[in-house]
Design a protein around this ligand. Structure first.
Ligand code: PHE
Ligand code: FE
Length: 292
């Protein structure tokens, strides 16, 4: 996931100035590799017909089905050949400016640790399964690869413009929790969905969440929750179109324009929304502890 809380001010001991560390691949235990394999098998079993074709293609192109936690060096060679991206290890969340600088240079930062066996379904901090299985396959897609690089530069700019909140929402509702329409059907591509056993079904099948066609300004105004399944998913028409809308638009006037408009509460639907599913929000109501 994207960093928004600065866990540390300076790189921890042993980390380089750009916060990278060695993945230390040789140090993973047999149990850790086996945990990856379990997560990998469980997720890939339910992704055909659910995950975007681009995501599934990425899994193949990057040889991610090879058993064990991927070696970032080897993974980066495949990724480099596809779109010029690399994967580098970091100890955990990094400051925003560091994160953006890596993206702008086509380096994806990934945690090198793996969750514990009792965290199969839920972790607070992104681990190597979320970061690599969830994020890296999409980086093999040329349009998405361009989008992510431009996002890094856009992040540096948003920091200067005081508009990080807006750009973070775009990341959240695309990179982390995005849906795409392919051949008339909805598919998942957001890393937070594709790496989650429960949400990869919930996001497509459950009547609870709203599914709304993507609109840049709308998304930039919309709050999000980080503690449970999303109450809203935004659907892009294609990665080519996502690239076009974001890379080819100057966001500075859009940020300024949005300053005059209120934020949109998580589950609200606006008259102008192009709604695909009007969610019941039953799941969220149940979880938040009050009755419908
Ligand atoms: N076009 C954006 C800007 O002017 C940068 C950006 C590109 C942001 C792609 C996100 C994704 O700031
Ligand atoms: Fe993530």
């Amino acid at each position: 996931m994207e960093s928004s809380t600065h866990v540390l001010e300076r790189p921890p001991e042993g980390a380089a100035a750009d916060w990278t560390i060695s993945q230390n691949w040789a140090a993973y235990t047999a149990d850790e590799h086996a945990l990856w394999d379990r997560l990998f098998a469980r997720q890939t079993a339910q992704l055909p017909g659910r995950a975007s074709e681009a995501f599934l293609r990425g899994i193949d192109m990057l040889r991610l089905s090879k058993p064990g936690i991927p070696d970032f060096e080897e993974l980066s060679e495949h990724l480099m050949a596809a779109t010029g991206w690399r994967v580098v290890a970091v100890p955990g969340l990094v400051p925003d400016d560091v994160f953006f600088d890596h993206l702008a240079n086509r380096r994806f930062v990934a945690g090198n640790f793996i969750r514990r066996p009792d965290q199969l379904d839920y972790i607070q901090e992104p681990d190597v399964f979320h970061d690599v299985f969830g994020h890296v396959p999409m980086l093999a897609d040329p349009d998405f690869a361009d989008y992510m690089e431009a996002y890094g530069r856009g992040g540096q700019r948003a920091l200067q413009l005081g508009a990080l909140k807006r750009l973070a929402r775009l990341y959240w509702y695309t990179v982390e929790f995005g849906l795409v329409e392919e051949k008339g059907a909805l598919r998942i591509y957001g890393s937070g969905i594709v790496s989650s056993h429960g949400e990869s079904r919930f996001a497509l099948d459950d009547p609870s969440p709203n599914r709304i066609r993507f609109d840049l300004r709308r998304v930039m105004r919309t709050e999000y929750r980080i503690d449970d399944y999303q109450q809203n998913y935004f659907v892009i028409p294609s990665f080519e179109e996502l690239r076009r809308i974001t890379v080819e638009n100057d966001f500075a006037p859009i940020y300024a324009e949005l300053d005059a408009l209120p934020d949109i509460a998580i589950a609200d639907i606006l008259p102008a929304d192009d709604v695909i599913t009007r969610g019941t929000q039953d799941y969220a109501r149940r979880r938040d502890g009050h009755q419908a």
